[in-house]
Design a protein around this ligand. Structure first.
Ligand code: UDX
Length: 429
């Protein structure tokens, strides 16, 4: 089947490539010609494990191509996915102008029946706007359907999440679109939930908000664990074995970040307010997350007394392991606060330093974790890259000026760290 994917960001490029991988003919479109140039030359504008090879394989097989001409993409395809960015505006609402622009271009270009599918995370009821805009610019009077097919891809495991998902959500307005979309996804074995468009849009908001709530719940619980002498990792284990709760997303830590959770949460709070409901629960989820990042700084302060002129080492900058994504990374909030308090920062991340340098030019970037440890008064582990778990801790301790270690992701066992001579503090234990 012929697929056009408009937008070659994380979602668009991964989805387009995976549609090609399951046998469809895919044309990826982006109006950023520099991105298309990179892709045409065999490069990848983002970091996602395994994507490089998958793009190459499918380009070579003739199933995947790239263009900056939306009209060409639309013309060649029956399914037109909209996967362009919806960045937050200053007031936290998503900026939907790219979606509108794409809808105009699709309307003007289409000459036969198309299914236009929202893949970007959009406020509930966006489907209606897309329909209206496409209709207004529908030069040739072509038939079309609008659908919503939210993505649940996690950075770092996006390919696997696409090919082996827990579920596929299809929000449709006609039997014809339903049948075609089911056919498109037939090679993927997963429960397929067919709903109306508004419900599909809400499934995405509700899922991300609920997962953020799980994390904030555990972060709040980590405070209680610290005050009562309990261990939040054990509490998570005990709770998680209850099938109704599940163990996933129960890790207390230095707060959640990334381009989805913080942004989607804010957007959903805004959407709810517009619909006349003050979603207080989610506001608190946001507050707890902000507090959690501040708590990490507080921990260092409590162990070092004063932060002025202290050298602090930060391990991990990306918002989570296996990605170079720095958007809304807790490391930024934590580092900025430390700098405000007068500390100087040395940091290392296996892949995100190039991006980090653009956001935080005023810190020292190191070659590895041991360079970070050299002569620092404290280390904060912010992102749990697997290589940090394998560090030679004796060597780390020896290199430090003071052996203060704040483990923002509970990578290490407190007892072991204390035995090694660290002044150690984890989260909620
Ligand atoms: C998320 C959703 O999982 C995905 O379904 C959606 O489509 C996009 O947003 P992603 O942002 O890639 O994916 O990362 P995810 O793995 O969900 O982690 C988000 C943040 O939560 C990270 O900062 C991570 O460190 C944090 N987190 C996650 C915790 O603090 N504790 C946990 O138990 C799990």
């Amino acid at each position: 089947m012929k697929v056009c994917m408009i937008g070659t960001g994380y979602v668009g490029l991964v989805s387009g490539t995976c549609f090609a991988e399951i046998g469809h003919e895919v044309i990826c479109v982006d109006n950023d010609t520099s991105k298309i140039d990179i892709l045409k030359k065999g490069g990848i504008p983002i970091y996602e494990p395994g994507l490089d090879e998958l793009v190459k394989k499918n380009v070579q097989a003739g199933r995947l191509s790239f263009t900056s001409d939306t009209g060409e993409g639309v013309d060649k395809s029956q399914f037109v996915f909209i996967a362009v960015g919806t960045p937050p505006k200053d007031n936290g609402e998503p900026d939907l102008s790219s979606i509108e622009q794409v809808a105009i271009e699709i309307g003007a270009a289409m000459r036969d029946y198309k299914i236009i599918i929202e893949k970007s995370t959009v406020p509930v009821q966006t489907g209606q706007w897309v329909r209206m805009v496409v209709e207004r610019f529908n030069k040739h009077g072509s038939e079309f359907d609008v659908a919503s097919n939210p993505e649940f891809l996690r950075e770092g495991s996006a390919i696997n999440d696409f090919l082996f998902p827990d579920r596929i959500v299809l929000g449709v307005e006609s039997k014809r679109a339903e049948e075609k979309l089911l056919e498109l996804y037939r090679p993927i074995e997963a429960p397929k939930i067919v709903t109306d468009i508004a419900s599909a849009e809400l499934i995405k908001h509700a899922s991300n908000s609920f997962l953020s709530t799980k994390i904030s719940f555990m972060n709040a619980l980590s405070v209680i664990c610290e005050k009562s002498g309990a261990d939040v990792t054990k509490v998570a284990e005990g709770m998680g074995l209850d099938k109704r709760i599940g163990r996933d997303f129960l890790n207390a830590g230095a707060g959640f970040g990334g381009f989805c959770f913080p942004k989607d949460l804010k957007a959903f709070i805004g959407i709810s307010a517009k619909l006349g409901y003050d979603f207080r629960l989610l506001k608190e989820v946001e507050n707890i997350n902000d507090e959690q990042m501040q708590r990490v700084v507080k921990k260092v302060e409590e162990l070092l007394w004063n932060l002025r002129d202290k050298k602090i080492g930060v391990l991990g900058l990306a918002f989570k392991p296996n990605t170079d994504d720095m958007r809304f990374a807790p490391s930024i909030t934590i580092i900025n606060r430390l700098i405000d308090e007068g500390a100087t920062i040395k940091a290392y991340d296996p892949v995100s330093m190039k991006r980090a340098k653009k956001i935080m030019p005023n810190i020292t970037y190191c070659e590895n974790a041991y360079d970070v440890a050299a002569d620092v008064d404290a280390i904060i582990l912010v992102t749990e890259w697997s290589e940090f778990g394998k560090m030679d801790l004796q060597k780390v301790k020896k290199a430090m000026r003071q052996p203060v270690f704040v483990d923002g992701r509970n990578v290490f066992e407190p007892e072991k760290m204390k035995k090694l001579g660290f002044i150690y503090s984890g989260i909620g234990r």
